[in-house]
Design a protein around this ligand. Structure first.
Ligand code: ZN
Length: 416
């Protein structure tokens, strides 16, 4: 493509070319996005918007006509390049200021007849969707780019397998996400999420000063190992070291790995140091009580601790089908919570009314049944002892595995 464009540029610059070369160049001009007509009458990009967070970011650019475009990936640093025909960018720069997954966004004319948008990412990304949406009257043409984070390895594959010559293929970047490693089709996949991590230490133990992020990681590892001993169950960790993940990154990791369940593990503190025992939370718009509301508010602060911007509404929030999915998922989440508490009965101490609900952002996956398990409270000396005890951890992991197995048996009995 660049070779062709260079010929076009030379031609228009009035360089002397042989007749044959001119014919070839003219043919080439017609074959690339930047045709002779485009050069004189560039596309107008008259509006732009960018929304989302550090897990998913959507860019929308309004054009006066349908733009042909191609998408490519470049490594070091991770960048997405969107090539367009000649385009006049007429929107205010602040409307496309870098945010979310992107730390720098540049756009402008390339060689004559072409323009380029370069999105420099803060971490490996892919475009889960890249398409032009035209309204019924054919008046507005929106280029919609939905970026989501992926791991380094997947990005390297994108860079390696992409084609720079076939533009039609390059634009179709939507890729099915493969099965998670080591899992077979039909496996029941469970995301085990160790709360907090990195700069976000979480609560601190009242006696030993152990950080919640360490307690949750140690427990998450024990639970994933225990679950993985069950045939047909494949558990994986959202983080396996002391790494900060934003709340929506945790949700996205679960969804990208096709998790059938998401279990977020915590061990917070309360002002009332005598309160101890486990609690299981499911999501709801309205908190069940003040304790749940306060806890969700504190947990949702996690992103701010790391200086991440929080986004009030995901872009698809008004989608009716998604709303139905959400409600169905909600029922499954509640079923899991009930199974967990049935396993805990007479085995593990719980607080009063141990199934509570509140607006935890980490439980917001519309299609993955999710619970947040407060294992116990680091503000209570006795709970803290248990939380650091290997035997207790093993017992809890056994009970949770039983709960997951019963939940799964219930799904299969209902044909799920
Ligand atoms: Zn926590």
């Amino acid at each position: 493509m660049f070779k062709r464009l260079r010929i076009a540029a030379e031609l228009s610059a009035g360089r002397k070319l042989s007749f044959a070369a001119c014919l070839f160049a003219l043919a080439a001009l017609c074959a690339v996005p930047g045709s002779a007509a485009d050069i004189k009458d560039p596309l107008l990009a008259y509006g732009a918007r960018i929304v989302g967070d550090d897990a998913r970011t959507r860019i929308v650019i309004d054009f006066d006509r349908e733009p042909r475009f191609s998408v490519h990936y470049i490594a070091n640093p991770e960048r997405i390049v969107v090539d367009l025909p000649a385009t006049a960018f007429g929107f205010p720069a602040k409307d496309l200021a870098a945010r979310g997954l992107f730390k720098d966004i540049r756009y402008g004319a390339m060689e004559e007849g072409s323009a380029r948008i370069v999105l420099t990412a803060a971490r490996p990304v892919q475009l889960a969707m890249a398409e032009v949406q035209t309204d019924e009257n054919g008046n507005s043409h929106r280029l919609v780019l939905d970026a989501e984070m992926i791991d380094k390895q997947k990005f390297a594959e994108l860079v390696k397998t992409q084609s720079w010559t076939d533009e039609a293929d390059a634009a179709q970047t939507t890729s099915a996400i493969p099965q998670p490693e080591n899992s077979a089709p039909g496996d029941f996949v469970i995301a085990v999420d160790a709360g907090h991590g990195g700069i976000d230490t979480g609560a601190i133990g009242v006696d030993t000063k152990t950080a919640e992020k360490q307690v949750t990681l140690a427990f998450a590892k024990a639970l994933a190992d225990r679950l993985n001993r069950e045939p047909g169950i494949k558990a994986f960790l959202t983080r396996d070291d002391d790494e900060f993940l934003s709340l929506s990154q945790r949700v996205l990791i679960a969804r990208q790995n096709h998790a059938g369940l998401f279990i977020s593990l915590h061990a917070d503190t309360l002002k009332q140091k005598d309160i101890r025992g486990s609690t299981v939370y499911t999501i709801s718009d309205k908190a069940s009580d003040k304790l749940a509301a306060d806890l969700a508010e504190r947990e949702n602060l996690s992103d701010q601790i790391a200086g991440k911007e929080t986004v009030a509404e995901p872009p698809e929030v008004a989608d009716i089908l998604l709303d139905l999915t959400r409600r169905e998922t909600q029922a499954f989440s509640i079923s899991l919570a009930e199974n967990v508490l049935a396993s805990f009965k007479d085995q593990v101490g719980t607080i009063n009314n141990p199934h509570r609900h509140a607006g935890f952002r980490v439980l917001q996956a519309p299609d993955v049944p999710s619970i947040l398990l407060e294992l116990g409270f680091l503000s209570n000396v006795d709970d803290e002892k248990l939380l650091l005890d290997d035997n207790w951890r093993r017992k809890m992991a056994d009970l949770l595995t039983d709960a997951v197995k019963r939940y799964r048996a219930g799904l299969m009995a209902n044909g799920g």
